[in-house]
Every structure is written in structure tokens, then in C-alpha cells.
Design a binder for this molecule. Structure first.
Ligand code: ATP
Length: 212
């Protein structure tokens, strides 16, 4: 489903991905780990088509994510490390997502509710005025409501309190079948029950890749 073949990505003299090859298939839940600067986010951004590799190829369901960005992103739910500075109100944002990505509004509300985020009480609030944790909860609710076959989370729980983390992992467990679930995390113990593959990166390379 995700094929990464001999991908190299440089920024100036700095090699962020160094001839990386790997595949992620349906029903795999992967913890992607490694020290700060190891290349995890660069790999994710290459999968999302934000970066054009200097060498090698990324294919998502057989499509090049740079050339077929809209098609590729329609199959992916992505929650970034830092919520983007969206100026829309919650209502406008949900409306936008529902129309552009064919997401069911009631399902967004359902998942938000499960994450203890009261959407109805905040409909007219700007997204950027929500607390960090509330933003993350809303993005997670949208990512779950969008019926994607690939879900990518780049440290999604950084702003969540312990109860919200438990809610998040419970919902993910109910949702992970038939998907690729890719987690960037520094806290393996949190996702250990959820993942069946662990990948470590260091200095732009995959240094260990274990399935269990
Ligand atoms: N847009 C960019 N311009 C220049 N250098 C970049 C860019 N993005 C990443 N890098 C460099 O690529 C290397 C890998 O960064 P990356 O963000 O992929 O690491 P990471 O493993 O996600 O780290 P962290 O755990 O800190 O999020 C770093 O040396 C970083 O400085």
C-alpha cells in the first residue's frame, strides 16, 4: 500500500533520508521511532507528497504522491505534530472537511464526543482559539471519521491529558482493521498494545525494523 524504494531526501548538504526502502501494508500498525532529527517527519512528508525525493520513489496505492496529491490524500488521514494555524471556526472547518473529503458530520461529532470535546458548545469559536488539546481532539475526531485506508499520526498525543490519551487509543483500537496505521512516537509504551511493527530511524536510515 505504501512503497518506499531507495528514497533519498537532502536539504542542502544535510541528508535527511538516506536511501530508505520499506513497505507498509494493510493491517500493519507501525510505531516509527528515533531520536530528534532522525528523519521521521521527513519520511511522513514524503509519503504525503509534501517533499519530492532527490532519488528513489514513493508510491501510495501505486500512485506518486507528488503528482497525484489529491488522489493520494483522499486515502490518508493525517494528524500532524503541531496543529496548523487554521482561521476557520469549528463549524466552518467541519463543514469544509465534510464537503471536501466526504466525511460524515455526525461521525465527527460522535468521535469528538467520545474524546470529551463538546463541539456544539464551541461551533462558532475559531480553531486557533481552542486549547492545544482541544485542537488535537478535533483533528483526531476528523481523522477517525474520514474512512481512510491509511492513518498517519505524528506524535498526536503530545497535548492530550491522560484520560484523553486513553480515549484516543481505545477509539483507534476499534478502527485499525484493514488499514495502515503509522505512528510517529517517542513513547513506545503508550502504543505498544496497538502496534505490530516497530521501526527505528537514525541519521536518515532505518536501523531496525521488527514485526511481532
Ligand atoms: N524543511 C527543511 N529544511 C531543512 N532541513 C530540514 C527540513 N525538514 C527537516 N530537515 C532536517 O532533516 C533532518 C530530519 O528532520 P525530521 O524533522 O525528519 O526529524 P524527526 O525524526 O522527525 O525529528 P523530531 O523527533 O525532532 O520530530 C533534521 O536534520 C532537520 O533539520
Amino acid at each position: 500500500m505504501i512503497q518506499i524504494s531507495h528514497v533519498t531526501k537532502k536539504f542542502g548538504q544535510n541528508i535527511s533520508l538516506d536511501n530508505v526502502s520499506c513497505e507498509f501494508r494493510k493491517n500493519e500498525s507501525i510505531a516509527l521511532m528515533g531520536a530528534n532529527g532522525a528523519g521521521k517527519t521527513t519520511l511522513i512528508r514524503s509519503i504525503l507528497g509534501y517533499y519530492h525525493p532527490d532519488a528513489g520513489e514513493v508510491l501510495i496505492n501505486g500512485l506518486n504522491p507528488v503528482k497525484k496529491r489529491v488522489d493520494v490524500l483522499s486515502h490518508i488521514s493525517f494528524v500532524p505534530q503541531l496543529p496548523p494555524p487554521i482561521k476557520l471556526s469549528i463549524d466552518e472547518l467541519i463543514q469544509y472537511v465534510c464537503v471536501s473529503a466526504e466525511v460524515d458530520k455526525e461521525l465527527v461529532k460522535h468521535y469528538a464526543n467520545e474524546m470529551k470535546l463538546d463541539i456544539n458548545a464551541n461551533l462558532n469559536k475559531s480553531f486557533f482559539k481552542l486549547s492545544g488539546g482541544m485542537k488535537q481532539k478535533l483533528l483526531i475526531a476528523i481523522s477517525l471519521a474520514k474512512k481512510s485506508d491509511i492513518i498517519i499520526y505524528d506524535e498526536p498525543t503530545a497535548n492530550l491529558d491522560p484520560k484523553a490519551r486513553d480515549d484516543f487509543y481505545r477509539l483507534l483500537k476499534q478502527n485499525e482493521q484493514e488499514k495502515v496505521l503509522l505512528f510517529v512516537t517517542h513513547r513506545l509504551e503508550e502504543v505498544q498494545e496497538l502496534v505490530n511493527r516497530q521501526i527505528y530511524m537514525d541519521m536518515g536510515k532505518i536501523v531496525s525494523d521488527e514485526r511481532f
